[in-house]
Structures are given as C-alpha cells and as structure tokens.
Design a protein around this ligand. Structure first.
Ligand code: FES
Ligand code: MG
Length: 569
C-alpha cells in the first residue's frame, strides 16, 4: 500500500527533491523517506495554555514509540486554547482551532496523527478537525493535575473557587486564605482535576475509543502517562498499516457509549455541545435528545467533584474509566472498536476497581439518576439542558418570578445591590450569552447568588440562560437555552416578574404568560445590529450554529477527506 506521504517523499522528480531536501535540513537519515508511515504529532502545547504546558514532553514519549515501530514522527503546533485566559471565551475559538488542526493535517505529508490535548476546548477542537480529514488518529491527553491541597485537605480545580469566592463575599474567608488556596489548588502540571470539562472530554475520548483505554485519568506527572504515550506512538504506526481511520472508530455506537459513560461519571454539560459537534464532523447522526434518552436511566457511579467528593487522582487509583466501562457492562456497545485494535469490551474485560468509594457498583451508586436532562417548552423550543446531579433536588420542580439581566455586565452591576428586588424563590435569567450573542457562549450560566439571599443561608437558586457553565460548577442551572436571545429566542422576551416554571421530571421549561402577550412581544423584538465588521468575530457570528447543533460553523459540518491537494510549484 502506498501511503499519502509518498506523494511528497517518494517522488523521483523536482518536487520530490524539494520535499525531501528541505526535510533533510532537520538532520534526518535518508531512510526516513523509504515509504514508512509519517506520523504527525499535533501538539496544543503553549505557555498560554498552562494545562497543556508539559505536552512537549508527552510528544517525546510518543516519538520514541513511533520510531520503535518503524514510523517517522513529525511534531507540529497549532493554535492552543487556554481556558482561564482567553477572552471573551475559549469556546469562541474552538472552531478556529479545529480549522487549524484540520488544514494542518490535510495539507502536510502525514499518514496518521497523534493528537495531544488537555485543557477543555483543545480536546474537542482536535477531534473535530481531525475527524474532518479522517486519517488514522489516536488522542493522548495530558492528564489531570495532582489533587489540590489546602489547609490539610483536598481542593478541586474550579469547583472550590466558586465556593471560596462566595465565602469571601459572605465574610467567612480572609483574602490571605484565598491566596493560599490559589497556590495549593494548582500544584502540578496537568488540566483541572475535578470532573470538569477537561477530565470529561478526556473520558469521552476514551469512551469513544479514540484514546487508548486507561488514558483519561492518569495524572499528568505520573510516569505511566509517558509509558502510555510511547505505546500510543507504536500503535499509530500499526493503525496506518491497518488503515484504521477515525470513521471506523467514531461510529454511532461509540457516541452512544460516550453519552452513557458521561452520565455514569457525572461529566460536564459541555460534553453535550462538543460531542454533537464531533459527530457532525464524522457524519454520525446525533441529537440533543439522545443525551437524555440514553443517559436518564443511568446512575451516577463516580463520586467526583463537582457532583461528588473525590478528584481525578483518586479516580485513577480506583481504576479510572476502564472500571466504569466494565461496571456499565451490557449497557454499552461492548463490540465498539477502539484504537487499541480490540473492542472496548475486550479492552476492559478484566479492568479492576480498587476503591468502591470512588467508583461505585450499580447496586450502590452515588445517586440513582444521573445524565443530562434536555428540557423543552415555550422558553426553549430547540432545547435547554440541566445536570440534575449537580442541582438541588427540591428546586428541580419550581415556579418563580423572573429577575432579568440583559447582559452579564448588567448582572455584575446589579447583583450585589441590597435594593435588588429578589428573594430565594426567584429565577435569575441571563440573556445575551449564547453562541452568537456574546459571542462565543461563555461559562456565565452559574451566576453567583445575590448577597442578601446568601446571607439567609440559601446556597442555590434556579438560574436560566443561553450560556454554558464551567464543568467544575454546580447548582440548579438551566443552560444552552435555544434559540438563544440574540437570535430572538423566547429568552429574549422574558421580563422582570414573569412567572417561569421549571419541571425537570417532565422535562419542561415554560414562560407562564399567555400566548397573545408572547406573540406581541415577539412581533416587537428587533435584533441588535451586527457588532463586528471584520475578522474572526465577524466570521463567527455569521456562521455559528445553535447550541443544539454543537455551536459548530455551518460550513464546517462534515468532512473533506484526506485526498492530497495539487503540487505547489
Ligand atoms: Fe485548563 Fe481547567 S483550565 S482544564
Ligand atoms: Mg472549564
């Protein structure tokens, strides 16, 4: 079988001279051009993505494996997305990164690719981009940080910051303690070690079969991550010889497995958006309602923050995703193929669980019902989501009057005002935080509570928006409301004092005003004029799809394959 890289390095002509000669400038022996698989190592390393900063070292381990197996590894960078730095939100740049990944793979002489990701959006961006090329690919994530430590106990990335900032606001924590917690939380390389979006997406990559079995939970600094990376380097060379492309792994069955595993691990709501987008790229039909239908009867098996108590380091020592997959048993498609070359059932058949506090059995779960609930109703005709396992049970059925904020800036300006007309039974409504409206759909959905409500000891209220929520956050928070306010969704029409009904058991979200009044408001609504005359923000706001379609760009859905383009001279 002649590989696609031979169309660069195997040519006996002027163009072949050019392709080989400039590569020889890097000092490789001539036999790298003997027709062996060229393996791209797609690296999202960046000092502006602190969670991924060790990925150059992971790449070195991958290269060892590629060389050992007779391949030719070439590492390349792409844009990277640092969750805690990029404004207005990394989500706005996920599609841009996916384009970089896709075009970098297709345009270059590579036959297979190892994807190195870590921080939240880097994982879906790489999977989306690579899926649109559909070469053989393995994902190796960078792994979570070690457990955070503070005042003798463990603290989880992100999850505790929401609590600490409320504690400072309520006078229960000093600023000095707050700064100590900052240092103790992030004490090693790696991504957030709660079951936030990064850990969730690493687990999704493993459940999809596109990351090696056991990959997700190994801490970033554990030597076994580097051994796994080396094995992945060996394996990708074999996958090129087997022509085991992404589309043979990312099947409908694989996505159904991922959705079920996401329920059992208490994964982030962000997985909904990312899995929908990845499925769109590889051509697998997947809908918002699949998440509810496939996950709603599953119990929460993994006791990790933000839904539970433990952290990723504990999850790894307890057995990680393989132990969860084994526990899910026949509820998963056990014959789904993985990058290991075996099925996910075979790969996890003997997976041990070493700690039943962290990974529970079906008979003694953390919570009976997990999964993500998809809500419908006049307030969300195209859907909205809530993670019941992170919510207050008594608020899952609730009627309250709306307290409306037109933007997050409006919210921040007024929420601390003692005169704000709000009590614990109200529903906080935030508009303008959807994909098009913000732009980029930021993680502003878990709005902090008003101090005067906090002062009464109340810690949760119903909140509704078209935003996302950090995977490390919790609360009775309705997210991804679609259509979003910026395109004239019902959310845009909510006014202060309107009654809102949340009924999670029946999957309803209702603005309880009469239809004639709603129609009057809709007729009077006008869209804001376009905000961005040029640049990426302009492209983004013109082409981004709704949350229920994964917030991908309309022109990026699907793939363009791996055909080699025309010569450049
Ligand atoms: Fe990078 Fe949480 S900020 S994973
Ligand atoms: Mg996050």
């Amino acid at each position: 079988m002649e590989l696609r890289s031979a169309q660069w390095f195997g040519k006996r002509d002027r163009d072949g001279f050019i392709h080989r000669s400039w590569m020889r400038a890097e000092g490789f022996a001539p036999d790298v051009f003997d027709g062996r698989p060229v393996i791209g190592i797609c690296n999202s390393w960046s000092e502006l993505t602190s969670c991924n900063v060790h990925l150059r070292r992971v790449a070195e381990a991958v290269k060892r494996g590629v060389w050992e197996a007779g391949g030719f590894p070439l590492e390349f960078p792409t844009i990277s997305l640092g969750e805690t730095y990029m404004r207005p939100t990394t989500m706005m740049f996920r599609n841009l990164m996916s384009m970089d990944v896709e075009e970098s793979i297709r345009a270059n002489p590579v036959d297979g690719v190892v994807l190195l990701s870590g921080c939240d959006k880097t994982t879906p961006a790489q999977l989306m981009g690579a899926a649109s090329v559909d070469l053989p690919a393995i994902m190796v994530t960078g792994g979570p940080m070690l457990n955070g430590k503070f005042q003798g106990g463990d603290i989880g990335s992100g999850t505790m910051v929401w609590q600490f900032s409320e504690d400072v606001r309520a006078g229960r924590m000093t600023w000095a303690e707050f700064f100590d917690a900052e240092a103790g939380q992030s004490r090693s390389n790696g991504h957030c070690m709660t079951m936030g979006t990064a850990s969730t997406m690493a687990s999704m990559a493993e459940a999809l079969g596109i990351a090696p079995t056991g990959n997700a939970a190994i801490p970033a600094v554990d030597s076994r991550r580097y051994a796994l990376a080396q094995l992945a380097g060996r394996r990708i060379v074999a996958m090129v010889h087997e022509d085991l492309r992404m589309s043979k792994i990312l099947t409908r069955q694989a996505f159904e497995n991922a959705i079920r595993v996401n329920a059992a691990i208490g994964g982030s709501t962000n997985a909904v958006i990312h899995l929908l987008a990845i499925a769109g790229r590889i051509g697998v039909p997947l809908e918002l309602d699949d998440f509810d239908r496939l996950g709603r009867d599953l119990p929460l098996l993994v006791d990790l923050q933000p839904s539970g108590r433990f952290l990723m380091e504990d999850f790894y020592y307890a057995g990680g995703v393989p132990a969860v997959v084994r526990e899910l048993g026949e509820r998963l498609h056990r014959d789904a193929l993985t990058v290991n070359g075996t099925t996910i059932g075979e790969a996890t058949a003997e997976a041990p669980c070493w700690n039943r506090e962290v990974i529970r059995t079906f008979d003694a779960p953390v919570r009976e019902r997990a999964g993500i609930a998809v809500l419908r109703g006049n307030l969300a005709p195209s859907g909205a989501v809530i993670k019941p396992s992170a919510a207050t049970p008594s608020l899952l059925t609730h009627r309250g009057r709306a307290v409306v904020f037109e933007t997050i800036e409006d919210f921040k300006a007024r929420i601390d005002d003692p005169d704000l007309d709000v009590d614990a039974s109200c529903v906080l409504v935030l508009k303008g935080a959807g994909p098009r409206g913000y732009p980029g759909m930021p993680e502003t959905g878990n709005m902090p509570l008003p101090p005067k409500v906090l002062a009464t000891g109340v810690t949760d209220m119903v909140r509704i928006s078209d935003a996302r929520m950090s995977g490390t956050a919790y609360g009775t928070v309705v997210l991804h409301t679609s259509p979003e306010a910026a395109v004239g969704g019902t959310l845009a029409l909510v006014r202060n004092g309107d009654p809102i009904e949340l009924d999670v058991p029946n999957r309803r979200l209702t603005l309880a005003i009469d239809d004639a009044e709603l129609a009057r408001r809709r007729a009077a609504w006008t869209p804001a004029p376009p905000e961005f005359a040029r640049g990426y923000a302009n492209l983004y706001t013109q082409h981004v799809l709704g949350a229920e379609r994964g917030a991908d760009f309309d022109f990026l859905v699907g793939g363009s394959g791996s055909a080699v383009a025309r010569e450049m001279h």
